[in-house]
Design a protein. Structure first.
Length: 502
């Protein structure tokens, strides 16, 4: 029996605090800068054409390098990668906060993405190798899932407070104390089992193909949003992404020590988790985008009030993750939490398709947020645990990176796809109702709301599809003790019992 099965780290719960803090910092950064972007643009004189690069530079570096970061964690050691990621993320945040021109800010955002790609998979894989008892694993992943799901909404709140009462630069500087505390805690209490490292040589062709393919894919969706789906550059990027990623799969099936062992993604359960999580994130990103604009532009909320309006969704996510998902994960199959969770979230999204110019927050938006948060929290928690359950310890980093990759690609698709749908519906509504409109302003607002609801309807369908995929593809038993997970890949089956259950 492997040594990892014998050792129970007495400081694992203290370690969870610092791992969760680092994860919160990374997730916050995905939305906190969005709120501050108008202020940063005015202060630094960023052109409208370059404005999107404040978001895109981070997304490209983060999304493109996640698989590489996951494998580095397996090679170097997760603790070391975690600390390097924290230090680099803090330094990049300091540069971004002190930026005096557009170039420095964009460079800092790209650098944040690079170190975020080291930090995110190492954080999740540390949980995977430190918490092996099923009940403890459920509690740990309950906390982690709540942060992963609700951190984006918390970023909207924090971004609003910092931008309105301090300065946009603090949306960068706020990362520094997070990183310092997490790094000190990591040095003091985190233990990374040396025997779980992957000592194979780095698959350089795989790194180049995966990174360039994912960058082309994410950038393709970004260009689709701004240039249109039929633009030459957009099509070229998608074709390049397809060629590069297909070549990547072919290479990985032949090399001795692949960057992404195909056993990680061909396992039915992990494939179902990656697909359903990616789809769910498409819907969630659309919601954050449209509801933020709806509350600020249509309802006239301040940035702070807008951020606090999302709090019930955060509360729902925490409740679903820690009180439902964590309590039931060791008793019922994951699909019976993931599928119903995504479907409950789709009901909450369905309520939000009814928004109008004079919609009451307590009567409609509040219950929609609560259902959405409760459903997503319940689904996210077992999904994140199952994504690394039964994986060989040497593959924990890259399996964790695939969770982040599916979410990052899902976010890029969600932003581009749903924004395109909303823009088209807004334009069509404005043209068809121009004659009978009481005023130009009223028409603009009503057209905007119509576009949002059209896109949210698509998000409802996407969440339903995520639920169907979870129910039909994921066939694992519950993640309690007493046996392997049904459907685990053959290569990990032998290790599933001793590593994951005591």
């Amino acid at each position: 029996m492997p040594e990892t099965a014998q050792f129970v780290d007495p400081r694992r719960w203290k370690a969870l605090i610092f791992i969760a803090l680092a994860q919160l910092m990374v997730v916050l950064d995905a939305t906190i800068v969005n709120i501050a972007l108008p202020s940063a643009q005015a202060d630094l004189g960023i052109s409208d054409g370059n404005r999107q690069w404040v978001i895109t530079a981070y997304a490209l570096a983060f999304g493109g390098l996640l698989l590489f970061g996951g494998r580095i964690a397996d090679l170097w050691g997760r603790k070391q990668t975690f600390i390097v990621g924290l230090a680099g993320f803090a330094a990049a945040s300091a540069i971004g906060g002190a930026a005096l021109n557009t170039g420095v800010l964009l460079g800092a955002r790209a650098l944040q993405g690079v170190f975020g790609a080291l930090l995110a998979p190492s954080a999740l894989s540390l949980l995977a190798v430190m918490f092996t008892d099923p009940k403890e694993r459920a509690k740990a992943f309950g906390v982690f899932g709540a942060i992963a799901g609700g951190g984006g909404a918390v970023g909207l709140i924090l971004g609003g407070v910092l931008t309105e009462y301090m300065d946009w630069r603090w949306t960068f500087f706020v990362n520094i104390p997070f990183a310092i505390v997490a790094a000190i805690g990591a040095v003091a209490v985190i233990r990374d089992p040396v025997e779980s490292r992957n000592t194979s040589r780095l698959d350089v062709p795989g790194v180049l193909l995966a990174t360039s393919g994912l960058v082309s894919l994410v950038y393709g969706f970004t260009r689709a949003e701004s240039d249109g789906w039929s633009a030459g550059l957009t099509i070229g990027l998608f074709v390049a992404a397809a060629v590069l990623l297909i070549t990547f799969v072919a290479v990985e099936s032949r090399v001795k020590a692949p960057l992404l062992p195909l056993r990680v993604i061909t396992d039915r359960n992990r494939g179902g988790v990656y697909a359903s999580l990616g789809l769910a994130i498409i819907g969630m990103f659309g919601l954050f985008l449209f509801l933020t604009y709806y509350m600020q532009v249509v309802k006239g909320y301040s940035p702070v009030r807008t951020g606090f309006a999302f709090l019930p969704m955060v509360a729902g996510m925490i409740t679903g993750s820690t009180q439902i998902g964590a309590r039931l994960m060791t008793r019922v199959p994951a699909r019976l939490l993931m599928g119903p969770g995504f479907l409950v979230a789709s009901v909450g999204m369905l309520l939000l398709t009814q928004i109008d110019l004079d919609t009451s927050y307590p009567a409609l938006i509040l219950p929609g947020f609560l259902l959405l948060g409760l459903g997503m929290g319940t689904a996210f928690m077992p999904a994140m645990s199952l994504a690394t359950h039964g994986v060989e310890p040497r593959d924990a980093g890259v399996a964790s990176a695939m969770v982040n990759t599916s979410q990052q690609v899902g976010g890029a698709i969600g932003t581009a796809l749903l924004n395109t749908i909303a823009a088209s519906a807004t334009t069509a509504y404005a043209k068809s109702h121009a004659a009978g409109a009481p005023s130009r302003t009223a028409l603009e607002l009503q057209s905007m709301v119509h576009g949002y609801t059209a896109a949210i309807w698509w998000a409802v369908g996407i969440l339903v599809l995520a639920g169907v995929i979870a129910i039909t593809m994921v066939n694992a038993g519950h993640q309690g003790g007493g046996g392997t997970v049904a459907g685990s890949d053959e290569g990990a089956a032998e290790d599933a019992i001793p590593v994951m259950a005591h």
